[in-house]
Structures are given as structure tokens and as C-alpha cells.
Write a protein that binds this ligand. Structure first.
Ligand SMILES: O=C(O)CCC(=O)C(=O)O
Length: 290
């Protein structure tokens, strides 16, 4: 809540991490020891798989999707969203690999961003992300870095200036100024959860033992957009509470609108390109608000 991030160690069994790593090797066609991976081969890899057809990508992966079946991780998703049935269970995720870069320095980076995509970012939105490490890392393995507390400052600034671009350098610099930089170093099975307005980045991979960062990042979203937060309620879920750090708030603009338009455009392009009809469910997926 206060930091916009939570790290839970050993949340996912090693057996699944090994299976996921094997599948990532297969997807990347990269079977050498991890410390031989470089930015040339397999290269920095961000490979998304979406059940949600509104993302205009129908690639799925049955092995990696099982991240959503890991019992303790699933229980954490439910707890953060306030109980079973609140989170919609969509299997959207991304493989994120940062292998050793011989030309980089072992250092924390200094450029951070929020992930909302098309500006302006939503002040409330519909969920958060979770990064599972499937292999051990060490400092500067190409790790996730973040500015703790940046989500609160960013939300406050967005409440004051609702049309702002969160990744505009002036906006971004004012958010992260003075905040320390933290790095997610961990072992296979460790998970980091992050708020949608947390400023973050990945460092260049240049660690002592040339260990790459190999992770699967799950989207933990709900279908319905949050349109109001009442900070006085005592039954807010931890996720909702993380959005109430600036007090009660009701955005004046329809924060789902941009996603609805993008969804319609992507699906229309996808249908034209592939000669298929996408199920109506995905066409109206972002229409639901509460
Ligand atoms: O590679 C990383 O850890 C950073 C990931 C990132 O910047 C993102 O998910 O937007």
C-alpha cells in the first residue's frame, strides 16, 4: 500500500519454476546454461501471451499459463483483490528475459516509467501485475527496479491534472525525485506484486555470475473498472486500499474510455487481418464499470 509493491518469497513451488524455465527455453530455442545467455542470443525478450482477444494477439501457452493455477499465488491474487471471484482469472502474461550484456555496467538505471500505456493513466484502473522469478538472480541481473511510494505521488498529481501524461519527463521527474531506487533480487519462486502507477524499470544485465533475469509476469486484473474509491470504508481490499492513499476519489473523466476505443480498433484490425470473428465478450470487455 505504502510502497506500491510487495515481495513474497518462495510463493511458487520450484517444480513449476523449473517447468516454466524449460518451456521458456523451448519458446526461445535457447538450451545453453543460463550464464551463457547474452543480449545477442537469446536477446532481451518480452513475449506476451493473452487470453484476452482485445489485446489482438491470440497466442497462448498451456505450460506457462499454469502460473495462474499455482495455489499460493492464486490465493495471493484473491486476497489482494478482496476474496474469491473478484479477480476475473484471465490468463494474460508476458515472458520477461534480460540476459547478460557484455557492454553494460553493473549499475542501477535512472530512467523509470509507469505502464499504463496510452496517456493519461487511470487513477483507479482494474488491477495490478505480479512478476514470478523462475530462476535465481543476483544484483544487476537485469532486475526489476522501482521507486517505492511513487504510485501515491503519481496518483495525487493525476487527480490534480487528470489529462497529464505519466511518462512525460517533467511529470515523471517530479514523481520520482528524492525516492530511493530498489531492485528485486531473488530466487526462483519469489514474486513481486506491483501497483499500476508504480514507477519502475529493468536494469541492464551485467551481474557477477552473468545470471540473466528470467521471469513470467502475470496480469491480475478484473473485468470491471473501479470508478470510485471511498477511503472511509473499512472493507476495502488491499488493492483498493492501495488506491485510497490520497483519500476518497471519484475521477471526473471516464477512465475506461481509451481502452474501450483501443480494444474496438485492435479487434477490428484483427478480424480483418485473420478473416475471423472475435467473440462479442472481448468487444465489450472494458465496458463494464461498477
Ligand atoms: O524488465 C523489467 O524488469 C522491467 C519491466 C518493465 O519495465 C515493464 O514491465 O514495463
Amino acid at each position: 500500500m505504502k510502497y506500491g509493491v510487495a515481495v513474497v518469497r518462495n510463493l511458487v513451488d520450484k517444480a513449476f519454476c523449473d517447468e516454466a524455465l524449460g518451456e521458456i527455453r523451448r519458446v526461445l530455442d535457447e538450451h545453453r546454461p543460463l550464464n551463457e545467455w547474452t543480449t545477442d542470443k537469446p536477446g532481451v525478450q518480452f513475449h506476451a501471451f493473452y487470453e484476452d482477444m482485445g489485446r489482438a494477439n491470440f497466442e497462448r501457452n498451456a505450460v506457462l499459463e499454469k502460473i495462474f493455477d499455482q495455489p499460493r499465488l492464486r490465493a495471493a491474487f484473491e486476497k489482494l483483490h478482496g476474496g474469491p471471484g473478484k479477480w476475473d482469472g484471465l490468463r494474460n502474461f508476458t515472458i520477461m528475459v534480460r540476459p547478460y550484456d557484455p557492454n553494460a555496467r553493473a549499475a542501477l538505471g535512472d530512467i523509470f516509467h509507469e505502464d499504463f500505456g496510452t496517456p493519461p493513466p487511470a487513477t483507479l484502473y482494474r488491477g495490478f501485475n505480479a512478476m514470478l522469478l523462475v530462476a535465481d538472480t543476483e544484483p544487476f541481473s537485469g532486475n526489476f527496479m522501482y521507486k517505492p511510494g511513487s504510485h501515491i505521488i503519481a496518483q495525487r498529481k493525476l487527480i490534480e491534472t487528470p489529462e497529464a501524461d505519466g511518462n512525460d519527463p517533467a511529470f515523471r521527474d517530479a514523481v520520482v525525485e528524492g525516492l530511493p531506487t530498489c531492485e528485486f533480487v531473488g530466487q526462483a519462486g519469489d514474486v513481486l506484486f506491483w501497483h499500476h502507477l508504480l514507477y519502475h524499470s529493468g536494469n541492464d544485465s551485467h551481474s557477477e555470475h552473468r545470471l540473466p533475469r528470467v521471469a513470467v509476469v502475470a496480469e491480475v486484473y478484473r473485468e470491471k473498472w473501479l470508478t470510485e474509491i471511498d477511503a472511509d470504508r473499512t472493507d476495502l481490499s488491499p488493492w483498493e486500499r492501495s488506491l485510497a492513499q490520497n483519500g476518497s476519489h471519484k475521477p471526473a473523466r471516464d477512465e475506461a474510455r481509451i481502452e474501450q476505443r483501443q480494444r474496438a480498433r485492435r479487434i477490428a484490425n484483427f478480424e480483418a487481418e485473420h478473416g475471423v470473428t472475435v467473440d462479442d465478450k472481448w468487444k465489450h470487455y472494458s465496458d463494464r464499470v461498477e
